[in-house]
Design a protein around this ligand. Structure first.
Ligand code: 4AD
Ligand code: MG
Length: 432
């Protein structure tokens, strides 16, 4: 007998097969019938245990299952009597592999704190299962897209001697006789070196920020894909981001219909986002927001409420470009028409999901870069290697970083990024 996965069940209709997995739930119907919602990681299937079909002895075994006990079942798949494209299993035998007495998560509403403490079990629930599969799809969609554009993977280090995104959110770790190392906030600076060798490069891995903020969009450990391109300017940078995000949307719609349905995601909203993105300067955005009642100033970053207000009524993401230099990172290229403006861009997702990408063209002039670094009191010795890029064959280059959990939360319609990573790390949470 073949052992198969639930996802392949439609290829085995009428044939006795074997499935290995767990009991999501069960219910009885009289004394002769039991329904088990069986899951195996690839999907769920309703499994019917009937006394008359199984015989007394085997049917008795089916009565011993409980929520999340592990089971191996054999049975014959068929079409669901009423629902189109749904299958069910007529169970012929069942073996309980591992008991699961008093499983703590039930159908009733649990508080977030309880669920996060039980994250190791919560991930088995349907919505969590669906969200983590969407994360997987987003991850591979990004790398497939980059591969199709001839990017080379260039893994940047996680233990670093210096900061990339300012010193206020650095995690410090002791590093042998060399003093302190810092967990990477973004691989960008290293990727810039890679772009000068390989042309177009990216990394994809965990990054760390000692974020004091307790918002639903901030983690202290999250996954970022940084991309960097030589001979590409600010406009080319935004174009690539748009193409990538639209490819991700299409891939999720194509591959995750079941998951999106489980999550109750409004897929029409996602479909509409796969159209030309809007672009506004920071100045225009502030004008617009103030007109809508926000108190944001021209030298300020947007609050989460501002981001939501900006995209209200917009089906597509909005680029905010050309930022005041003082509120952006030291490495951004200054606008040749205005010394106080830098060629950075943030991409803001619709439906209140906030910033998903931060990027910019990079400063290429040695002296300008040095001046900006000095102004920010950076230790020039630590960054000499980075400055070298402006000394030896400096070229126009640009790049960006996308937060995997942010993009996943938008795709999945998850209100909090903590559900978009297997184990969220936040200021007050490190267990389990
Ligand atoms: O905008 P950020 O800080 O940009 C950089 O780090 C650049 N060095 C990237 C680059 O140009 N290569 O971060 C990039 C993205 C944000 O747009 C957001 O999606 C995500 O990373 N992000 C976070 N996600 C979860 N929790 C946090 N604390 C995050 N901080 C940033
Ligand atoms: Mg940013």
């Amino acid at each position: 007998m073949k052992t198969i996965k639930v996802k392949d069940i439609k290829d085995y209709l009428g044939e006795e097969i074997r499935l290995e997995g767990w009991v999501r739930n069960y219910r009885k119907s009289g004394s002769k019938l039991r329904f088990i919602i069986f899951r195996d990681g690839s999907g769920d299937i309703q499994s019917v245990c009937s006394k008359s079909e199984m015989g007394e002895e085997k049917f008795e075994k089916s009565k011993k299952v409980s929520i999340e006990s592990s089971v191996i079942i054999t049975g014959i798949p068929g079409k669901h009597p009423k629902k189109e494209n749904v299958y069910e299993l007529q169970v012929t035998d069942i073996e309980i592999v591992g008991d699961s007495p008093d499983y703590p998560i039930s159908k009733k509403e649990h508080g977030t704190d309880f669920l996060m403490k039980n994250r190791h079990l919560w991930i088995r629930s349907r919505k969590q299962w669906a969200t983590l599969r969407i994360r997987h799809t987003v991850y591979y969609a990004i790398t497939d897209f980059l591969n199709s554009q001839d990017f080379i993977r260039f893994d940047s280090p996680i233990l670093t001697p210096s900061a990339c995104e300012g010193t206020t959110t650095l995690f410090e770790v002791p590093y042998f006789d060399l003093g302190s190392a810092y967990l990477s906030q973004s691989g960008q600076l290293y990727l810039e070196t890679g772009a000068m060798s390989l042309g177009k490069v990216y990394d994809f891995g965990p990054v760390f920020r000692a974020e004091k903020s307790k918002t639903r969009k901030h983690l202290t450990e999250f996954w970022m894909m940084d991309a960097e391109m030589a001979y590409v300017n600010h406009e080319g940078n935004m174009k690539l981001q748009e193409d990538m995000v639209r490819f991700v949307i299409r891939t999720v719609l194509e591959k995750c219909s079941t998951e999106l349905e489980i999550l109750g995601r409004d897929i029409e909203q996602l479909k509409k986002a796969d159209a030309e993105f809007k672009c506004m300067t920071h100045h225009e955005v502030v004008d617009y927001l103030r007109g809508k009642g926000s108190e944001i100033n021209y030298d300020e970053d947007l609050s989460s409420a501002d981001e939501a207000l900006l995209t209200e009524g917009s089906d597509v993401p909005i680029f905010i470009e050309k930022w005041p230099k003082d509120i952006k990172a030291f490495y951004m290229k200054r606008d040749e028409n205005d010394d106080n403006i830098v060629l950075g861009s943030d991409l803001i997702a619709p439906e209140g999901f906030g910033e998903i990408i931060g990027g910019s063209e990079r400063e290429t002039d040695y002296d300008v870069m040095l001046e900006r670094m000095n102004k920010e009191n950076m230790d020039i010795n630590e960054y000499q290697w980075y400055l070298d890029l402006r000394k030896y064959g400096s070229v126009v280059h640009s790049g960006f970083g996308v937060g995997l959990e942010r993009l996943t939360s938008w795709m999945a319609g998850a209100k909090h990024v903590r559900e978009c990573i297997p184990y969220a790390r936040m200021i007050y949470r490190i267990h389990p």
